[in-house]
Design a protein around this ligand. Structure first.
Ligand SMILES: Nc1ncnc2c1ncn2[C@@H]1O[C@H](COP(=O)(O)OP(=O)(O)O)[C@@H](O)[C@H]1O
Ligand SMILES: [Mg+2]
Length: 413
């Protein structure tokens, strides 16, 4: 427990753009926040969020799990925090280790560990009898050739990356040989049977192993071979009770299989039918692509505050279990139509559209662009809030149509 009177202290391990909701909630809740981040990110956040009372810089390579534990430990030594909250994938392990050492709520070291490795997930979900693609875990891609060539199309993916990095669909024996040429020395890979179906995620809030709240998010991705997410619709499923029920059951099965204790479960799956779902992967951290913000809009409560309260060991205020989402909210991403150099990106027409909560460019003129092969290739985003799914879909279509994007060939010549 903190020694600083009644004011409680939370260590936030990592605070990218989508963590600002945690800081806003912490500010409102009167919490003291110790931040583990880069010095540059801390310098941006500290003046805007006076709740940030202490800071320790991340060490080494911020994209690596290893970079976050030493500074998080140092900060915990100074602050004796009441809670520790991790932000994104590279912070999951350091956070879980620290939570374990301090004896404060979190997903649990085992759930965190399993979530960080897609091959560990496959092993645990198989043990639990949960539906997932047939798969092979291989150190060299060529060792899986016979298995894969019998099962085309297949998907090849790294075990511990995100944002569709390194995920590709292989349709033909020629493509397989090409992938082996390119990727045989890459290190451990998963090879999976390709599952045809629409893509969704469930976001669950979990306390002491009990699922307290779920949201269903519908996704639109680019086509094969890369499947980059371009649209998320939170609060989906008002007309699809079977899908929602099956998704909730799958989510509870995954939470149980992970032994997830307290925090967020972000479960991605494909639906072959509304009652036939296949797990893609699970994460135990803040989902990307502004999903917590659109869930907050769709269900009319602050999911960030709920997460903070869970990590503090409290029961958060949640919508009644049987209440339908009150709005349809979405996050839209703009992809490049072709490869080249971004000459101009003008989103001023987006601002005038009703239902656009906010928007921003992700890439600046001069950037080399291409039709999205991973999340980093997306040009711009907007957060949308509409009365229902029809209005949301229409707004997303309108925004795609009115964005002014110019791509030139210059640097390709
Ligand atoms: N076995 C599979 N069958 C069909 N699509 C898949 C499969 N594996 C991955 N994908 C597609 O690729 C996307 C990214 O794969 P995923 O395992 O979620 O990795 P990442 O960590 O990069 O998000 C998925 O959301 C899905 O669209
Ligand atoms: Mg994924």
């Amino acid at each position: 427990m903190s020694l600083s009177g009644t004011q409680r202290t939370v260590i936030l391990v990592g605070a990218g753009a989508m963590a600002e909701g945690y800081l806003r909630a912490a500010q409102r809740m009167g919490l003291r926040v110790g931040l583990v981040e880069t010095a540059a990110r801390h310098a941006e956040l500290a003046p805007r969020f006076p709740c940030v009372v202490d800071f320790e810089p991340v060490e080494g390579v911020p994209a690596r799990d290893e970079a976050w534990l030493p500074p998080a430990m140092a900060l915990a030594g100074r602050l004796a925090p009441d809670a520790v909250l991790g932000f994104a994938e590279p912070q999951v392990l350091a956070t879980a280790i620290l939570q374990h050492r301090l004896g404060v709520p979190g997903p649990g070291l085992d759930a965190a560990m399993v979530s960080r490795n897609k091959a560990l997930q496959r092993g645990e979900f198989h043990r639990a009898g949960l539906p997932q693609p047939g798969h092979r875990h291989t150190v060299r891609l060529s060792d899986a050739s016979e298995w894969a060539l019998d099962r085309l199309p297949v998907v090849v993916k790294p075990v511990a990356l995100q944002g569709s990095m390194g995920v590709e669909r292989i349709d033909t024996p020629e493509q397989w040989q090409d992938a082996v040429r390119r990727r045989d020395d890459e290190g451990p890979l998963l090879v999976e049977c390709y599952v045809e179906g629409a893509e969704y995620s469930v976001e669950a809030l979990v306390r002491d192993g009990q699922v307290l709240f779920t949201n269903l998010t519908r996704k639109e991705t680019t086509d094969a071979p890369f499947f980059v997410e371009l649209f998320h619709e939170a609060g989906h499923g008002a007309q699809r009770p079977v899908l929602r029920k099956t998704a909730d059951e799958l989510c509870r099965g995954v939470v149980a299989a992970l032994g997830l204790n307290t925090g967020i479960a972000h479960l991605e799956f494909r639906a072959r039918a509304d009652d036939d779902l296949v797990i893609m992967e699970v994460a135990v951290r803040t989902p990307g692509d502004h999903i917590l913000e659109i869930i907050s809009l769709a269900h009319d409560f602050d999911v960030y505050e709920a997460c903070l309260r869970l990590t503090l060991g409290e029961q958060p205020q949640l919508p009644p279990a049987d209440r339908e989402p009150i709005r349809s909210a979405g996050s839209l991403f703009l992809g490049a139509g072709r490869a080249g150099v971004l000459a101009a990106l003008d989103l001023t027409d987006w601002a005038a559209q009703e239902g656009v909560v906010r928007h921003a460019a992700r890439l600046a003129p001069g950037a080399t662009v291409r039709p999205a092969e991973n999340s980093g290739d997306r040009l711009a985003y907007a957060v949308l809030d509409c009365p229902g799914p029809t209005e949301l879909a229409a707004l997303a279509e309108r925004l795609r149509a009115i964005a002014r994007v110019e791509i030139s060939d210059d640097a390709l010549a």
